[in-house]
Design a protein around this ligand. Structure first.
Ligand SMILES: [Zn+2]
Length: 115
């Protein structure tokens, strides 16, 4: 999987953000993981620990927020949450298409300590 490259990318965002806020320490990082992203959380956690060693993010807790996939029906011009393998629109029954929500993995929020 591509967890290493992804974690490196997210880690850079986290450090940049922390520096921008003059943070002394990163306390907590929340990562949004789409249910269809194929991301293995414990791999991200493991790579994060490696990257964070001897940085201001070393003590940070990592939290994963699982995001349900969303579908978009072109016919009805509306989005809905996918709760099964069924890709059909609940209103018109047409086949809807997947949006990016639920397929991505990104940094949702960062808590820092400035003291
Ligand atoms: Zn529809």
């Amino acid at each position: 999987m591509h967890e290493l490259a992804l974690t490196e990318k997210m880690f850079k965002i986290i450090l940049d953000e922390a520096k921008a806020h003059q943070a002394k320490q990163v306390m907590k990082v929340t990562i949004a993981v789409g249910e269809l992203s194929g991301i293995v959380e414990r791999s991200v956690e493991a790579y994060f620990r490696l990257l964070a060693k001897d940085t201001i993010a070393e003590q940070a807790t990592l939290e994963f927020n699982r995001i349900k996939a969303r579908l978009f029906c072109i016919q009805c011009q509306k989005e809905f949450t996918k709760d099964s393998r069924d890709f059909t629109c609940p209103d018109c029954g047409n086949l809807a298409r997947l949006t990016d929500t639920g397929q991505q993995c990104l940094v949702e929020s960062i808590e820092v300590d400035n003291e």
